[in-house]
Design a protein around this ligand. Structure first.
Ligand code: ZN
Length: 468
């Protein structure tokens, strides 16, 4: 290759690099409101239909299907269950082409004169029981709608710049709960107020045939409520003591955090043996899914007891405030989990504190839990220390990832421990063990919570170099 030619090629490459580098990543003027109408009347048959209407201009258009799902920290948008994609403009069908590299991007050419694009898609609710929001979400009697699963959005705009106008049709007689504002129901259709794309994706709707709302802070601002859907009427029975404990949970977060940052808060509780079991945090709600008899069977109730406190803490730690690398502008940018250790670890710790303080577990149950955890967590910690090599700042990221592994192991262990505890019966636990953990965990819990949070904050600031 001659020198002249080589220089020419390098100059050309440089020009392309400079051109690409200076091209704006985000468009300046967002389009007008995008309408989305979801028809969930066939949710019991495991299919959702969605119709979207985009304001458009003639020319090329790229639409995205959300890939990185907040709170799940991974690219698990369930595109494999997306089907029936059809586009129309000006009364004509518009062909589409999937990007050859990015499977979550769809390319269209909007014809001259068109100002509006209609899109239809189906979402198949045929996921296996496991997984987060992409897992099983509907039964014959209920459905959890995650809006990211039934929408597309135009490339080039940040999620908070795009406005969606959502509506939802439900099976006859189903009730619903959501943090979405401005709901007006007309027959089987609910029309919500316009919201930004990030609020829409952050605001799932829980709907079902057997549904119950329990107000936790009646007459107070902001309101808090339990919205519960189950596979049977009997499963909705929550004892007065449990209701009292959840009211106390709200009060305890007031004492712990000192402020509230949401308009209202909805615990969206799904009780079914046929949906995926997990919790997913949102700013003004949480998606909490557990066994059908979680309010009725003591062992299941104990297992369920820490779920809502944990997800509620995330509204402060993870939603209202979150690690910068997890605050991405749209749902296609990868999320980075450098500080997930704080996001998840501190939340887990405060969730345990609040579970005890609210009375969801008795002091004795909390104490025995801690004792049961101790035996498994010690070797787990040893493995972590060996994996990370040392406990200094440099290992924070590694320990963050390892922390997630530990969390999963702890979940499995807790489940085993709960059933072991139920079998053994309350009185058979060694008295000295109860006393020991009660002293270590319960009597000093407030002081330790404050100290732990302070230590973590100092550790992070040291890592950043702004503290001695
Ligand atoms: Zn969490």
């Amino acid at each position: 290759m001659g020198e002249f030619l080589r220089r020419g090629i390098f100059a050309g490459i440089a020009a392309v690099v400079i051109f690409c580098g200076s091209a704006p990543l985000w468009a300046e003027t967002p389009p007008g409101p995008i309408k989305i109408a979801v028809d969930a009347r066939q949710a019991p048959q495991k299919i959702l239909h969605s119709h979207l209407q985009f304001p458009v201009k003639p020319g090329p258009l790229t639409l995205y299907y959300p890939q990185w799902i907040p709170g799940e920290h991974m690219p698990d948008g369930p595109i494999i269950d997306l089907g029936g994609l059809k586009f129309q403009a000006g009364g004509k069908t518009i062909p589409w082409r999937r990007d050859l590299v990015d499977m979550f991007a769809f390319h269209l050419e909007i014809p001259p004169g068109a100002t509006s694009l209609d899109a239809d898609l189906d979402f198949l609710l045929n996921a296996p029981a496991s997984g987060f929001s992409a897992g099983a979400s509907a039964t014959a009697s209920l459905d959890v709608l995650s809006w990211n699963q039934v929408l597309l959005y135009p490339k080039g705009y940040k999620a908070h710049e795009l406005t969606f106008v959502p509506s939802l049709r439900l099976p006859d007689g189903w009730k619903y709960g959501t943090a979405l504002p401005g709901a007006k129901q007309n027959g089987d259709t609910i029309q919500f107020s316009p919201v930004t794309l990030n609020t829409l994706v952050d605001s799932p709707v829980l709907a079902g045939k057997y549904f119950r709302v329990i107000q936790l802070t009646p007459g107070q601002d902001p309101p808090h409520e339990l919205d519960i859907a189950a596979d049977s009427q009997a499963a909705l029975e929550m004892s007065p003591d449990m209701q009292k404990a959840y009211r106390q949970l709200v009060a305890e977060t007031g004492a712990l955090f000192g402020s509230r940052h949401y308009r209202d808060y909805h615990f969206l509780v799904t009780l079914s043996d046929d949906v995926a079991h997990f919790g997913l945090e949102h700013h003004e709600s949480s998606d909490d899914r557990s066994n059908e008899r979680s309010l009725l069977d003591e062992a299941l109730r104990m297992e369920f007891s820490g779920l809502l406190p944990h997800e509620f803490v995330h509204s402060w730690n993870g939603k209202f405030r979150r690690p910068a690398d997890l605050s991405t502008p749209d749902y296609q940018q990868p999320m980075k989990d450098d500080l997930l250790w704080v996001y998840e670890g501190l939340t887990e710790y405060l969730g345990v504190v609040l579970t005890a303080r609210s009375g969801l577990l008795t002091q004795e149950q909390s104490g025995i839990f801690r004792a049961l955890c101790r035996d498994v967590r010690a070797p787990s910690r040893a493995r972590l220390a060996a994996a990370s090599g040392h406990r200094g700042c440099g290992s924070l990221s590694l320990r963050c990832k390892a922390g997630m592994v530990q969390l999963a192991a702890r979940g499995r262990f807790l489940r085993r421990g709960i059933f072991a505890l139920a079998r053994r019966g309350r009185q058979s636990a060694p008295a000295d063990e109860r006393q020991q953990v009660d002293e270590r965990f319960l009597q000093n819990i407030s002081r330790r919570a404050g100290r732990r949070a302070g230590a973590q904050d100092l550790h992070i600031r040291r890592c950043r170099g702004d503290a001695e």
